[in-house]
Design a protein around this ligand. Structure first.
Ligand code: MTE
Length: 368
């Protein structure tokens, strides 16, 4: 049971769940105070499930506030036979689907890029895992009767602002191709790890697109529209794109295969003995098939054991028993491969907006 400690829990009148108007301050590593942006601390990256209060936060604008007597409703309209309007009660009366899903911000590890690029300087903590619960989006799209010729579904958040000083004020808007929107695992989530979504993570309802970088999972949903043409908004065409070799732009979608070393941290000094090096690996394309570890910066490799829960859309824990042969300096690196054969690259492909930073990340250790 989620008990609200907030003294200002008055913004909604007809909701059976406790709500806060003020976001709670958390133990996240702060990247920005307003809008709130924070990453999961390194120590928590050892936990398969990320506690809600330590789940990374990436907001483009201030967290939206509702008037005290406003009742939240989600509108579904556009190229459909029956436009819908649904309350949170309506959502809660539908069969619930629960899925463990890892979200990673497309700019995770941006601070590792050389030369540096503008944007939030995330280290490796803009990635977290929760058990999300809600209603498959497909159920509502089916109920609304999508008409022939629909190509995309557009999602609008309640949050509004100027994405850059040169842009007009606008809501956070992102679209999905119709086949992804209709995928049975694409969720409209109202719970995170058994608790109602917090204000920071999109209360009362958000989209969660399994296997896609986090920008697709629109928070604070107010409207869903079925479109007959592609959406060309700022967060679709000017951001979350990566330049190709010919100067064109490729939109970012599925999470590329990646791993991190949770323990040890870089610049640790360890007495000479055996250790269990551990970490996480994930890919939006398929299950993780293999994680290899090197203690010489990638010259030689050994296989790690895949341990713990194994689900399609959540990261995979791994362990590697490491016995350093002598005292001295070691460069530990991990490299993941998924079941589609995608191999984590040794080097990230540099790009000017700083996305998909999945090259292996060295961890320097001194054995004494
Ligand atoms: N949805 C809205 N409405 N506004 C936002 O700024 N940020 C997106 C996405 N959904 C965003 C949003 C980005 S870039 C990411 S990485 C994820 O939310 C982060 O979700 P989280 O803050 O719950 O971790």
């Amino acid at each position: 049971m989620n008990t609200c400690k907030c003294s200002k829990a008055e913004f909604a009148t007809d909701m059976s769940v406790p709500v806060c108007t003020q976001p709670e301050r958390t133990g996240l590593v702060t990247i920005e105070d307003e809008p709130i942006i924070g990453e999961t601390p390194q120590a928590t990256l050892q936990s398969w499930l990320t506690p809600n209060s330590l789940f990374y936060i990436r907001n483009h604008y201030s967290i939206p506030q509702w008037e005290a007597d406003t009742e939240w409703e989600l509108a579904l309209d556009g190229h459909v036979d029956n436009a819908l309007s649904l309350s949170l009660k309506d959502f809660r009366s539908l069969p619930i689907q629960t899925l463990p899903i890892t979200l990673e911000c497309a700019g995770n590890n941006r601070s590792d890029l050389e030369p540096q690029v503008p944007g939030n300087p995330f280290q490796n903590g803009a990635v977290s895992t929760a058990i999300w619960a809600g209603v498959p989006l497909r159920k509502l799209l089916e109920r609304s009767g999508i008409r022939d010729g629909a190509v995309e579904v557009l999602f609008e958040g309640f949050d509004v602002g100027q994405p850059t000083p040169d842009e007009e004020s606008q809501p956070y808007l992102r679209s999905l191709p119709i086949d992804v929107a209709m995928h049975p695992d694409t969720l409209l989530a109202y719970e995170m790890n058994g608790e109602p979504l917090s204000r920071e993570h999109g209360y009362p309802l958000r989209l969660v697109v399994p296997g896609w970088y986090g920008m697709a999972s629109v928070k604070w949903l107010r409207k869903i529209s079925v479109l007959q043409e592609s959406f060309e908004g700022f967060f679709q065409k000017d951001r979350y794109i990566i330049e190709d070799d010919d100067g064109g732009a490729i939109p970012i979608s599925t999470i590329h295969v990646k791993s991190l070393i949770s323990w040890p941290q870089s610049n640790t000094s360890l007495p000479m003995q055996s250790y269990v090096v551990n970490g996480m690996a994930w890919s939006g394309f398929a299950h993780i098939a293999r994680v290899e570890i090197s203690d010489d910066g990638g010259e030689t490799w050994g296989d790690a054991d895949l341990v713990g829960p194994r689900y399609r859309y959540s990261w995979q824990q791994w362990n590697f028993t490491w016995s350093p042969k002598s005292t001295g300096h070691y460069t530990l690196v991990a490299r993941a491969t998924d079941e589609d054969g995608n191999v984590q690259p040794l080097e990230t492909r540099w790009n000017s907006l700083g996305y998909i930073i999945n090259g292996v990340r060295p961890v320097c250790v001194e054995v004494r």
